[in-house]
Design a protein around this ligand. Structure first.
Ligand SMILES: [Zn+2]
Length: 212
């Protein structure tokens, strides 16, 4: 178990540092999880992603985690209910790791209303990579309880599911902007989830700076 946790810790530590250097998280904000070795591993509640210690990683068994609207480890990030809801719905679709950031520009842009097609509001990305990954834009979710709530968990899981369906056959990733809160990005592993989160972050920055 210790060796497995060490493997996960190294991966969390590597990506946590990147998120911190990028400015996608600040202070004790943001969190991560990944499915590996038959377990879901999470960063602990309040852990500094830019300086993760071995004991900042907690876990629980896959089958325990995959119950919708469930928190299986009380020491895990407050958002673990959201991570678990996504895995409950999208693990089969290829989502096996999640990165949650508080990317300021993406949050800032969420204070405005954006175009909503079929009731789904999206932020249209502008740069080549952003448009390539998200041709329709990135979904914006608006819920009353913005942190660790059942409503948030349901909304993020549904949005991820919708995207996996839209991108069927060529991609296993998804991202959403939770209005006035941050970004959730998921993919088949942590590095890819980081790349997806970064694409949203960089594109939001361009749009935000262009608006000033
Ligand atoms: Zn958050």
């Amino acid at each position: 178990m210790r060796r497995k946790q060490q493997f996960v810790w190294r991966e969390f530590r590597r990506i946590g540092k990147l998120l911190s250097v990028d400015g996608q998280i600040a202070g004790g904000s943001g969190n991560m999880s990944m499915c590996k070795f038959g377990r879901v591993w999470y960063t602990k509640s309040g852990a500094l992603l830019g300086d993760l210690k071995f004991y900042d990683i907690v876990s629980c068994k896959l089958e325990k985690a995959f119950t919708f609207e469930n928190v299986c480890n009380k020491r895990a990030t407050r958002e673990s209910i959201v991570h678990n809801a996504v895995y409950a719905h999208c693990f089969g679709g290829g989502i096996k790791a999640i990165v949650h950031t508080h990317a300021s520009e993406a949050v800032a842009l969420s204070f405005q209303r954006h175009e909503a097609k079929g009731g789904v509001e999206r932020l249209k990305l502008v740069d080549a990579e952003g448009v390539y990954l998200f041709p329709e834009g990135v979904e914006i979710i608006r819920v009353k309880e913005k942190i660790g709530s059942k409503d948030l968990a349901r909304a993020v899981a549904r949005a991820f599911e919708r995207q996996l369906k839209e991108y069927e056959n060529y991609a296993s990733f998804a991202a959403v902007i939770v209005a006035e809160h941050g970004v959730f990005a998921g993919a088949k592993n942590l590095e890819e989830a980081y790349i997806v989160a970064s694409t949203v972050y960089k594109s939001a920055k361009l749009i935000f700076n262009g608006l000033k």
